[in-house]
Ligand binder design. Structure first.
Ligand code: UTP
Length: 293
């Protein structure tokens, strides 16, 4: 039995960094080569043992949930035409796991968005995974390690990257204590975007969380924080202050921030270069393009 069955994917933000496209297209559906970021994250959740995905959407972003519904007419057409590869791709998302939605009427912050999914939980959900769909954590597998840490140490488990000190002020940074395992630290506090000289560590938060169900009670007790939004990190800080065990798994790998055009392009190029159909030609074109720049 996995440490969690339900994964929450908050996708109700305004996506302002991707305007004007996000006037009409949710950023979670923008394709990394040919697959939306949210499918990559849903696949990661399923691989880590989740059987249910709760997508938090906003009114008008129905296309995100629609993407996970079967498309019988399209499937029949592809079948008739013998397009078996495309058929497999079309069926992939609906077959990953059970998808439900929760609606966040107004973008009041990530903490508020996660709280909106409480009604989708059952009595069996003692912990939930939260995956931010605009944060690709590579290689996948961080959640599995996080689940193993919860099984051993209890409480909530977050994911961290070890970032060079000079870049640390772009991130939420953990104040940590050693546990005897280099890849697992106890969290005693968090600081948002500190100056390098004030940073309590070089461990920066990533968009993967394994949260004890107690988070939903904490979310009801926080007040608006940075940017006037209800912040998930404020609810986690509340739990830490109340003695709830919180640890981070230090993920030794890469990541892509799909939430802004610059980061998204890097991800698309990275994935395309690995793709058997597009990689070789793209690599050649890039080399020639860069030689002429
Ligand atoms: P971001 O801050 O990266 O997304 O939130 P955003 O607010 O949509 O983007 P910008 O800053 O305006 O460009 C991280 C994740 O949390 C979700 C977002 O959809 C994104 O997946 N989120 C954020 C919500 O679901 N609700 C909110 O109120 C805020």
């Amino acid at each position: 039995m996995s440490a969690f069955q339900t994964a929450i994917v908050p996708a109700a933000g305004l996506g302002t960094r991707f305007l004007p496209t996000t006037k009409a297209v949710p950023k979670e559906l923008l394709p990394v080569v040919d697959t939306p970021g949210i499918e990559l994250v849903a696949t990661e959740a399923a691989e880590a043992g989740a059987t249910k995905l709760v997508i938090v959407t906003s009114p008008g972003k129905d296309a995100v949930a629609e993407y996970f519904r079967p498309q019988p007419e399209l499937e029949a057409t592809l079948e008739e035409r013998g397009k078996t590869d495309l058929l497999a791709k079309v069926r992939r998302a609906p077959n990953l796991l059970t998808v439900e939605t929760a609606v966040q009427d107004k973008a009041l912050g990530l903490g508020h968005a996660v709280g909106c999914a409480e009604g989708n939980l059952t009595g069996a959900d003692e912990a939930v995974a939260v995956l931010l769909p605009d944060d690709l954590v590579l290689p996948t597998g961080a959640l599995k390690k996080m689940a193993a840490v919860r099984e051993k140490l209890g409480g909530s488990v977050l994911c961290a990257f070890d970032i060079p000190k000079e870049q640390i002020s772009a991130y939420g940074v953990f104040d940590v204590r050693d546990t005897g395992d280099d890849d697992v630290k106890q969290v005693v506090g968090m600081v948002e975007k500190p100056k390098p000289e004030d940073a309590p560590s070089t461990f920066a938060a990533a968009g993967r969380y394994l949260l004890d169900r107690a988070i939903f009670d904490a979310l009801k007790r926080i007040t608006p924080g940075a940017g006037g939004e209800l912040q998930l990190t404020d609810a986690i800080a509340l739990l830490i202050n109340e003695g709830h065990p919180v640890h981070v798994v230090v993920h030794r790998g890469g990541r892509h921030d799909l939430g802004n055009p610059g980061g998204f392009l890097k991800a698309a190029v990275d994935f395309a270069l690995e793709h058997p159909d597009y990689g070789p030609e793209l690599g050649e074109w890039l080399r020639a393009r860069l030689a002429n720049s």
